[in-house]
Design a protein around this ligand. Structure first.
Ligand SMILES: [Zn+2]
Length: 199
């Protein structure tokens, strides 16, 4: 539709999640009209995030060093792990200030339709963390949708021989939604009212 590089930019922006063709066009023209220094700062931020940020060797959260700041924090409770799908869920739960344990980021949820199975997620890493008996409680905070529920049920079954207390966030979260869209109060309440799963 547009010439060369302008269309290339629109195409690239359009590949981002949640950005439709119209938004891609709007952002592209915003960038075209922006100050060169602003554009350079944006480009730099994109490059730096890829160069500097990696995933925590223990929990899979985003990290600037080998371990994320939560895994490095000695004040966090080692006996509880909260399992989430994505690093953005860690941020959402941290905002509630209800949780003082550690996290485990799966990197997604089980979805037969999209061909995602347990082996595509950080399930093996979770099992390794549970081996030495330090962890006594597992809170499964996957998204309140079909894939999230399937993942929670799978994990509960998988860890049941280990004799841990396994719980799932209480209802009240918007069903079918994404954990990150729940407001802090709702998510905080869901945390407090978590229910024990007996697999
Ligand atoms: Zn970590």
């Amino acid at each position: 539709m547009y010439e060369g590089v302008v269309q290339d930019l629109i195409d690239e922006l359009g590949r981002l999640p949640g950005v439709g063709p119209k938004s891609a066009q709007r952002i592209a023209f915003h960038i075209l009209q922006a100050e060169p220094t602003d554009v350079r700062r944006l480009a730099q931020a994109l490059l730096e995030v890829k160069a500097k940020v990696r995933f925590c060797a223990i929990c899979g959260n985003v990290a600037q060093e080998e371990l994320c700041n939560i895994c490095r924090d000695p004040r966090r409770d080692l006996s509880v792990i909260c399992v989430v799908e994505e690093p953005k869920d860690v941020v959402a739960i941290e905002r509630t200030r209800e949780f003082r344990g550690k996290y485990h980021v799966l990197g997604g949820a089980i979805s037969p339709i999209e061909g995602v199975g347990p082996d595509d997620l950080r399930v093996k890493e979770l099992m390794t963390r549970l081996m030495d008996g330090t962890v006594t409680e597992l809170i499964i905070a996957t998204d309140p949708n079909l894939e999230g529920e399937a993942t929670a049920a799978y994990l509960a079954r998988l860890v049941s021989p280990m004799g841990l207390a396994v719980s799932r966030l209480a209802s009240g979260l918007p069903v079918g939604g994404d954990l990150e869209y729940a407001d802090e109060v709702t998510l905080g309440r869901a945390f407090e009212g978590r229910r024990r799963i007996d697999a």
